[in-house]
Design a protein around this ligand. Structure first.
Ligand SMILES: Nc1ncnc2c1ncn2[C@@H]1O[C@H](COP(=O)(O)OP(=O)(O)OP(=O)(O)O)[C@@H](O)[C@H]1O
Ligand SMILES: [Mg+2]
Length: 503
């Protein structure tokens, strides 16, 4: 019989105005993967932060290897063998990969150990990365890494602590299918060594592939804990949202109009080559590719966040010069960025300000005063539409759960109502219910004649939503596929096509 390595009993945690956890029981068996699921704001991250001492519980018990423990901070958690990979990654960007892994416990010289032994640190890092088959350079600065690589780095760090419990809070939200496979093989390796994993994700298919048991939280309560084998997608979804969802990708075919946006021979030296495509009124153009293929960079170049060495952009047939986001917004574009923490939210400001940020012009009355009442009304409207879970719209956005922060960003660009909307991973970290809601809003916008570019690493989302799909590989467009020719294999073939030709 598998033995319990961890038990959490009657865990309660409140924040001002929110009872995040309402007497939650949870357990973890040795050498297994236990999935933790639930809607945005259900309390998943909070439960795990209770475990690792970031937000110790108000009351309740934590029993580790049959002994009650108190875990006042993350360092104590690590000493107990519990490591967590956070939803909001927080690496030290200026430092290298190896410094991030060994931070605070660097190998040193001599008995006194004043000086860091860089050679030894390099060697240890090499060994660790090789053991996990991770393709990272120990000396590379972390700020140069993609989100996917940062995630891998965090996993390597957890392993380096010899943790016997590893908590992964939405580890795959920024990964493409190949990288997810890689992560899963790492998890299997960990399991074989007797490590237990608590796995938080909104992606249903992953849960059935990787988890042994699943616990669903709803509004701070444990609604079910069961072996995964006794659940299916429908029972899981109804446990999460308390109702049945029928259609996950409600595609409505609508008439496609004239060319709205045309990009011709765009170049960004070293990154993007010979990029040409067009986008029509009422069209949803999906953009697919592996992490690092240049999808985000391409969108940034179109939106004026990246300097292009050549290329032309036409909107409604007219040549426009887009050298900054301001130019892009003037040309009728909106851009929901992929990385909400670096380029998206302003953490210390309210939900309201974060929502209206891109649309302040729209609230300036004749005398230059802001129309606060209308601003509030619109915010409340989108809060309800996207079911953003927050005590009030005046709450500081960084206190919202990850998925709810993402919903605020989606609301920002929906409110701004641009003609051309570029969405980079719009539903990352968003729960199934709200995801369906966002999909139907996107579809509705398209049916109203808006033009949409949607970058997504989730192939079902791309295939379900897009009229055409543009595949990017190593900074080039390798295919633009029509809706009727869409399937996962074809897209993946083009996403890796340049590699294949080279081989
Ligand atoms: N530091 C904080 N201050 C105030 N409220 C908080 C804080 N941290 C979490 N909350 C609130 O606690 C509730 C649970 O949040 P939590 O982050 O645990 O959700 P989650 O299940 O991880 O959701 P998601 O899927 O969106 O990541 C939410 O209502 C959130 O706003
Ligand atoms: Mg969370």
């Amino acid at each position: 019989m598998e033995d319990l390595i961890l038990e959490m009993k009657k865990i309660v945690r409140t924040f001002p105005g929110v009872k995040a956890l309402n007497s939650v029981d949870f357990h973890l068996k040795k050498g297994t993967v236990h999935a933790l699921m639930g809607e945005n704001g259900a309390g998943k991250s909070t439960l795990m932060k209770c475990l690792v001492g970031i937000n110790p519980p108000d009351s309740g018990e934590i029993i580790l290897k049959s002994k009650p423990v108190t875990i006042p901070n993350p360092l104590t958690a690590l000493k107990h063998g519990i490591a967590m990979i956070y939803q909001e990654l927080n690496p030290v960007a200026e430092r290298s990969v190896m410094e991030n892994i060994w931070l605070g416990r660097e190998p040193t010289y001599g008995r006194m150990g004043f000086f860091v032994n860089h050679k030894k640190m390099y060697e240890q890092t090499k060994e660790l990365l090789a053991d996990l088959a991770l393709d990272l350079d120990p000396r590379q600065k972390v700020k140069e890494l993609s989100i996917a690589k940062m995630q891998m780095l965090e996993i390597a760090k957890a392993v380096s602590y010899n943790a016997d419990i590893v908590v992964m809070d939405e580890p795959t939200s920024a990964l493409t299918p190949n990288e997810v496979d890689h992560l899963f093989s790492m998890i299997h390796k960990l399991k074989r060594r007797g490590v237990s994993v608590i796995y938080i994700s909104h992606k249903m298919d992953e849960i059935f592939r990787i988890a042994d048991e699943v616990t669903v939280l709803r509004d701070g309560n444990n609604v079910v804990t069961k072996p995964v084998a006794e659940m299916n997608i429908d029972s899981l979804i109804s446990a999460m949202v308390g109702r049945n969802l029928t259609e996950l990708f409600p595609k409505i075919e609508c008439p496609i109009g004239d060319i709205k946006l045309e990009v011709r021979s765009l170049e960004v030296p070293g990154l993007l080559h010979d990029i040409s495509f067009d986008l029509r009124r009422g069209e949803i153009l999906g953009v697919s590719g592996l992490v690092g293929a240049g999808r985000t960079e391409l969108m940034e170049a179109v939106f004026g966040l990246r300097r292009k060495s050549s290329g032309e952009i036409f909107v409604d047939g007219k040549l426009v010069h887009i050298d900054s986001p301001v130019d892009a917004i003037k040309a009728g574009m909106g851009f929901l960025t992929e990385d909400r923490r670096l380029t998206g939210i302003i953490p210390v400001l309210s939900v309201k300000v974060n929502t209206v940020l891109a649309h302040l012009d729209g609230y300036t009355g004749g005398l230059g005063f802001l129309q606060l009442r209308r601003m509030t009304k619109d915010c409340v409207e989108y809060k309800d539409k996207l079911s953003i879970k927050t005590p009030t719209i005046e709450a500081i956005i960084q206190n919202l759960s990850g998925g709810n922060q993402q919903k605020v960003l989606v609301a920002r660009w929906l409110l701004n109502n641009p003609d051309i909307l570029i969405l980079d991973e719009p539903t990352r970290g968003i729960d199934v219910g709200a995801k369906a809601e966002i999909h139907s809003i996107i579809t509705k916008l398209a049916s109203e004649g808006k033009s949409i570019i949607m970058v997504s690493s989730e192939l079902p989302e791309i295939i379900g939503m897009s009229d055409r799909v543009m595949v990017v590989c190593q900074g080039r467009i390798t295919a633009i596929l029509d809706r009727k020719n869409l399937d996962q294999e074809t897209i993946m073939r083009y996403a890796t096509s340049i590699n294949n030709h080279a081989a």
